[in-house]
Design a binder for this molecule. Structure first.
Ligand SMILES: Nc1ncnc2c1ncn2[C@@H]1O[C@H](COP(=O)(O)OP(=O)(O)OP(=O)(O)O)[C@@H](O)[C@H]1O
Ligand SMILES: [Mg+2]
Length: 253
């Protein structure tokens, strides 16, 4: 029999689980995520996790700071996927149809870990092809680290919040990037003004976790949806292109 050192009564299992659940719900990280974050800080990937930039159902994005030896600060974006509240069935659909990641086990933690690796892999491919996406730095468990897109520590706004600076140029640059992505063999799959940041260097695509290879059974459907979202948005700014015209351009060799 185990000997307890403390005289205080250990909380009942249910009570402990309830406390843990409340901690997660109240935005406090679960213990393995905390351990992962302190490991990353120990490895000096970043020095401090500053504050949340966005809190979504599936992920929280934080700004992090890294200080160099001469005291210069650089910022990073740290996206932490939530293990309890994600839409696992939806994620499974994207993973199972993508031969790169279809070995995923039907377990919450494995789905999230694979999803994080998938977003990193997609970003790395896109960044390597000079597509406007944040530069990925690394990933571990449910944590993805990438370059921070912002100025003076403030993140750039989304296209939805800010609107295009120069609609025609912004649209054309985006179209070229969608085409480059397609040439790489990928479709973003969740492209909308919410997943595009407006920066002084033009539009940057973010949120690439769901991006799939062209052999995914729904790749064409996702591409058409992405194109429709973009066209619908830019129509308000006088861009009049048809879906067919855009798809033809994207697929052109
Ligand atoms: N690299 C980055 N630099 C600056 N801000 C970022 C960066 N990545 C994400 N953000 C900010 O965080 C917000 C949420 O990011 P993202 O769209 O990747 O996550 P999400 O929508 O919560 O994720 P998901 O839909 O996968 O649950 C963005 O709208 C943007 O404001
Ligand atoms: Mg998003």
């Amino acid at each position: 029999m185990a000997i307890r050192k403390s005289k205080t009564k250990a909380p009942a299992r249910e009570k402990k689980q309830y406390k843990q659940k409340r901690m997660i719900e109240s935005q406090v990280f679960d213990i393995p995520t905390l351990k992962e974050l302190s490991r990353l800080i120990g490895k000096r990937i970043f020095d401090t996790l500053d504050h949340p930039i966005a809190i979504g159902k599936e992920a929280k994005v934080f700004r992090a700071t890294k200080e160099s030896v001469n005291g210069k600060k650089t910022y990073l974006a740290v996206k932490i996927y939530r293990i309890e509240t994600s839409s696992f069935d939806k994620m499974m659909d994207y993973l199972k149809g993508d031969a790169r990641f279809n070995k995923v086990k039907n377990k919450k933690l494995d789905i999230i870990k694979t999803w994080t690796r998938k977003e990193y892999t997609n970003l790395r491919l896109a960044y390597g092809a000079k597509i406007h996406v944040p530069k990925p730095i690394g990933y571990a468990r449910n944590v993805l680290i990438m370059h921070f897109l912002g100025e003076k520590g403030k993140p750039y706004p989304t296209l939805h919040d800010y609107g295009p600076i120069n609609p025609k140029e912004d649209f054309n640059q985006l179209l070229v990037d969608i085409r480059k992505l397609y040439t790489l063999g990928l479709v973003h799959g969740d492209l909308s003004p919410f997943n595009i940041l407006q920066t002084p260097k033009g539009l940057y695509m973010i949120d690439m976790g769901q991006a799939v290879i062209l052999k995914h059974p729904k790749a064409q459907e996702f591409l058409e949806r992405d194109v429709r979202n973009i066209l619908k948005y830019f129509k308000k700014y006088g861009i009049k292109k048809s879906e067919e015209e855009m798809i033809k351009y994207i697929k052109q060799k």
